[in-house]
Design a protein around this ligand. Structure first.
Ligand code: ZN
Length: 76
């Protein structure tokens, strides 16, 4: 797959908070500004599309995954 991006979202995929100013120029993702609540990139599988997570939702996602693993361990 080429690195020609078709779409990028500058709002958190979970809560829709704006996390920065992100644009596509000639197929490349250009970040003009990261906001304070910037979290991480979240690539859309099999698509030339990029989504983002804010800091809060990134932490919550990580917590849920850790919790899930701990529950699994407790049941064993
Ligand atoms: Zn969010």
């Amino acid at each position: 797959m080429s690195s020609y991006w078709r779409k990028v979202d500058s709002k958190c995929v979970v809560c829709r908070s704006a996390v920065g100013k992100i644009v596509i120029k000639s197929g490349k993702i250009v970040v003009e500004e990261y906001f304070d609540n910037w979290g991480c990139w979240k690539k859309v599988p099999q698509q030339s599309e990029m989504q983002v997570l804010c800091r809060v939702c990134q932490k919550q996602t990580g917590k849920q995954q850790r919790k899930h693993r701990q529950n699994n361990l407790a049941q064993e």
